[in-house]
Design a protein around this ligand. Structure first.
Ligand code: FE
Length: 334
């Protein structure tokens, strides 16, 4: 009888949520934001509050699948990920819960969070135009649509359409201009390519710096990282003006998991991450922009100038992403 009892006990034990064994106030985070970008903040929070934070990092898709597979047994209290499209998918798959926090609603602008409170932006990333300063007069630049014009034939460099950043960019164009107009823009981009699409933003920037092409579209923190290492490169940022549609904005952000064991603790951490105390560092660690308007960007980032973001709620990207992928595929954007 004894071995059988032991087996039953073992089954009970392994099916219990991990947090049963965790300290009461411990918070468990799944993060698609890289460790070096979150650890300093978690360390600061623990030092300040005594609350321990356990985390794992991984790719957004893998963490989402894990949350879905774990269901109500998940040890995770919070999901941190990048790109509004990924946050939208997580909410859509039912792994996040709606929370109501006056603090978060006051600090995170409405267009940078889920209207239903299932996720909140914590930093803003701008996806904008970068050009070769030796070859391009910035007065000839206008916006994303402008890069489809004949004058850019053989001069455009793009990152692959497989990356969620470009899927969100095209989703925002569909929302702004409609599918037909967006399809003609994307066909124009493809016709203007100087080379096959590149695997990441840094390679796209280098191709522009080396003169393979003259202009590209990247998240500004990749520009910041590259220029820190190689300030001599002939690259500069161009911000599409407000009247020309503004700059495509995206976010990194977080939500509370649907089956969080420590919901209260996780909400407090989320509120702190959006607070003045944490925001400067949260954004600066990756050369992004704070979502909290009472916090200034890092001086290096501030030196790139100010811009007007597109007015669209980033929550709209997710629902249009599938359409954006099909549209890019049909237009031959690899
Ligand atoms: Fe990135």
């Amino acid at each position: 009888m004894l071995p059988r009892l032991a087996a039953v006990l073992l089954i009970v034990l392994i099916s219990l949520p991990v947090s049963v064994f965790a300290a009461d106030d411990e918070i468990i985070v799944y993060s698609a934001r890289k460790e070096h970008l979150i650890k300093p903040l978690f360390d600061l929070y623990t030092k300040k509050t005594g609350v321990k934070i356990n985390y794992i990092t991984g790719k957004a898709g893998v963490l989402l699948e894990r949350l879905k597979a774990e269901g109500k047994n998940t040890p995770a209290d919070m999901l941190i990920t990048v790109d509004a499209g990924n946050l939208w998918h997580a909410a859509n798959e039912g792994v996040l819960q709606a929370i109501h926090s006056e603090l978060l609603e006051a600090t995170v602008p409405a267009k940078l969070r889920d209207p239903d409170g299932r996720w909140f932006g914590l930093s803003v990333r701008a996806r904008t135009i970068v050009y070769n300063t030796e070859k391009v007069d910035p007065a000839t630049l206008k916006n994303y649509e402008g890069l489809a014009g004949d004058e850019w034939r053989g001069k455009l460099i793009l990152r692959t359409s497989k990356k969620v950043y470009n899927q969100s960019l095209v989703a925002s164009l569909i929302s702004e201009k409609g599918a037909e107009k967006t399809a003609s823009i994307v066909r124009g981009w493809v016709a203007n390519l100087a080379a096959d699409p590149f695997g990441n933003d840094t390679k796209a920037l280098l191709a522009v710096a080396e003169g393979i092409g003259q202009v590209t579209v990247v998240n500004t923190y990749y520009y910041g990282r590259l220029m820190k290492k190689r300030p001599e490169l002939p690259l500069a940022i161009f911000w599409p003006k407000e009247e020309d549609g503004g700059v495509h904005m995206n976010i990194s952000g977080a939500g509370i998991t649907k089956f969080a064991n420590n919901k209260d603790g996780a909400v407090k951490l989320l509120e702190w991450l959006a607070s003045e105390e944490a925001q400067g560092q949260f954004a600066a660690l990756n050369m992004e922009y704070p979502v909290n308007s009472s916090v200034s960007p890092d001086p290096i980032v501030a030196a790139w100038g100010t811009f007007s973001g597109s007015p669209m709620n980033v929550a709209g990207y997710g629902s249009l992403q599938a359409e954006a992928i099909i549209l890019m595929d049909k237009a031959g954007y690899k």
